[in-house]
Design a binder for this molecule. Structure first.
Ligand SMILES: *Cc1c(COP(=O)(O)O)cnc(C)c1O
Length: 376
């Protein structure tokens, strides 16, 4: 049996967690939390990072930080996880979904440009599969219209665009450390604050609307309620687990990339024959092998392949149901323009097993099984 995912585990996490218990300090922003924050700030080159309970929470913080309110419009792809939209719908924004590029499943920048109105306040990009969106174009459009750019880089830690880390290019960036992501701690996330003017308030929002972070640094002599906020801290137990994974980030990344490359090379001739489509990595992008997906010719072909692989003990998984087709998506958003690639891409996309430590034998077995399916 080859599962779709196995949560990343290095083997030193237990020791780190035991240390937290021994230290008798288990709440947020502790020693291990600081270790993770320092790693993020130094490795990715950003002004400020905060650990959050999830990427969902980090996205909610971004909506608070840029003061999203009733009537504001936020542009994003429909092909994304619900949290991308929820964070802004929660604050009363109207979600404006646009189509994706067929080769990357990332937001179509031409559609972004056209969807802008006087109500538009922000563009949220999603780096699907850890492959960067066209950030240069996005930042130019945002600059012209004075819009905020938020990177949902939930899948994008260790990926780069023109050498720059994903999550550090927009005004704000978010990561996920959910167990399905490359670096995990069960549930967890991070917010990167690349626009210096937002740092002070981000710390307040994270600490239930208080200036507790400033108080701990000795900058104020007592802390009090300053603004709206919530509890957006990651437990020290989770941070300890995460810190081990970040220390081994390079090795984890290499391991995943090796598996990704094996899939790519093994399936290439099927792509050339036209049986399936492989992912495309733009040349300015260094990706992190978050996902390996293929696209079948149609939805029926995908189901047949999934069933065939399941019989061989291989778990494969489809991905997002386009948000604009969902019940809440219809209530809180609208689709601007034509849905040329979102639904059709979603219907054909299939994710193959990929996790840290996946054996070469298992990858080869998946590749051979897919080859057999198309040969029969
Ligand atoms: C995983 C994911 C999220 C949510 O992350 P959580 O940490 O589970 O809240 C949000 N957006 C995208 C694109 C994701 O892949």
């Amino acid at each position: 049996m080859i599962p779709f995912n196995i949560p990343c585990h290095i083997g030193e996490e237990e020791q780190a967690i035991a240390q937290v218990i021994a230290n008798q300090k288990m709440s947020g922003n502790g020693e291990y939390g600081k270790k993770c924050v320092n790693w993020l700030e130094q490795q990715l080159h950003t002004k400020k990072a905060l650990l959050t309970p999830s990427c969902t929470a980090a996205l909610e913080m971004t909506a608070l930080l840029i003061d999203i309110g009733e009537g504001d419009e936020v542009i994003m792809p429909s092909y994304t996880f619900v949290s991308t939209a929820n964070a802004f719908a929660l604050r009363g924004a109207k979600i404006v979904f646009v189509d994706v590029d067929s080769t990357t499943m990332n937001i179509d920048t031409d559609q972004v440009q056209e969807a802008i109105t006087n109500q538009t306040k922000a563009i949220v990009v999603v780096h699907y599969a850890g492959v960067s969106c066209e950030m240069e174009t996005i930042m130019t459009i945002a600059g012209l219209h004075d819009l905020w750019v938020i990177e949902d880089a939930a899948q994008g830690l260790m990926s780069r665009y023109h050498g720059q880390a994903l999550g550090t290019i927009g005004h704000l960036g978010t990561f996920s450390f959910h167990e399905t992501k490359n670096y995990s701690c069960g549930e967890g996330g991070a917010l990167l604050i690349n626009d210096e003017s937002l740092i002070g308030r981000a710390e307040v929002i994270q600490e239930k609307g208080t200036d507790r972070s400033q108080f701990i640094r000795g900058e104020v002599d007592k802390y009090s309620w300053r603004d709206i906020g919530s509890s957006y801290l990651l437990s020290e137990l989770n941070a300890a687990y995460l810190s081990v994974q970040l220390e081994h980030a390079e090795a984890i990344n290499q391991d995943r990339l090796t598996t990704w490359q094996y899939y790519y090379e093994g399936l290439q001739y099927l792509a050339i024959r036209g049986d399936l489509t492989l992912p495309m990595i733009p040349k300015e992008v260094e990706h992190n092998a978050h996902l390996f997906y293929i696209k079948t010719k149609d939805k029926e072909g995908r189901q047949q392949l999934m069933d065939y692989l399941a019989e061989k003990g291989i778990m494969t998984v489809t991905h997002y149901v386009p948000l604009h087709n969902s019940q809440a998506g219809k209530k809180y958003g609208t689709f601007y323009g034509e849905d040329r690639y979102t639904t059709s891409g979603s219907d054909r996309l299939l994710r193959l097993p990929l996790y840290y430590g996946m054996s070469k034998r298992d990858v080869a077995y998946v590749v051979e099984s897919i080859q057999q399916f198309y040969e029969k």
